[in-house]
Write a protein that binds this ligand. Sequence first.
Ligand code: TMP
Length: 214
Amino acid sequence: MLITLEGIEGSGKTTQINYIAAHLKDLGHECVITKEPGGTVIGGKIRSILLDPENKSIDPLAELLLYAADRVQHIKEFIAPALESGKIVICDRFCDSTTVYQGFTRGVDIDLIHQLNKLVLKGVEPDITFILDLPPELGLERAWNQINNGSRSVMETRFEKEKLCFHENVRKGYLKLAKKEPDRFVVIDASVEEALVREAIIGKLKEFLILRKM
Ligand code: TMP
């Protein structure tokens, strides 16, 4: 089973992913946490190009292909073997980030992104996706606080440096996806305090596991 988390900058995915893993482990499931971009050694190198604030001039198509390259490597080396061995994989961002950031927000042709996703994913698709939703002003404030206090790297701020309207479009893009596929997406209000976000996610996860008889 593949669980993914999505959301704008500062939405708290990285914190919440640990709660999901702890809950699943308590229930006796074997699970692993990973992220995109950068879930492999090669992916880590691609990540540093993608998030480097100095790479402002990167072409949207080049950006798309780098995310795709990261994902190909990640699925081959990490995700597919983990799924095949029966583990639950929890991934911080996945293919929906590409649709929303490169497609809806940067304006790369959506059909091209769908075709590329097909080629890259080879049938590996999320079973459930949590979208951590909050106003971009709040997300960016949280993200910059983490950058300024050193808990996030200043070398990975290319997206945080985008204008507010970019982040508003990302948020709208996620909500549009959620509307189109309500069976897979769960939108969580991430503007409230961490414990309440955790409660909401774990509640929805419990319902999902019951449906799956897990
Ligand atoms: P994060 O690891 O802090 O979430 O940063 C990753 C950044 O990469 C985030 O700003 C979203 C962006 N991104 C894309 O634009 N497309 C993608 O396919 C993925 C996985 C991430």
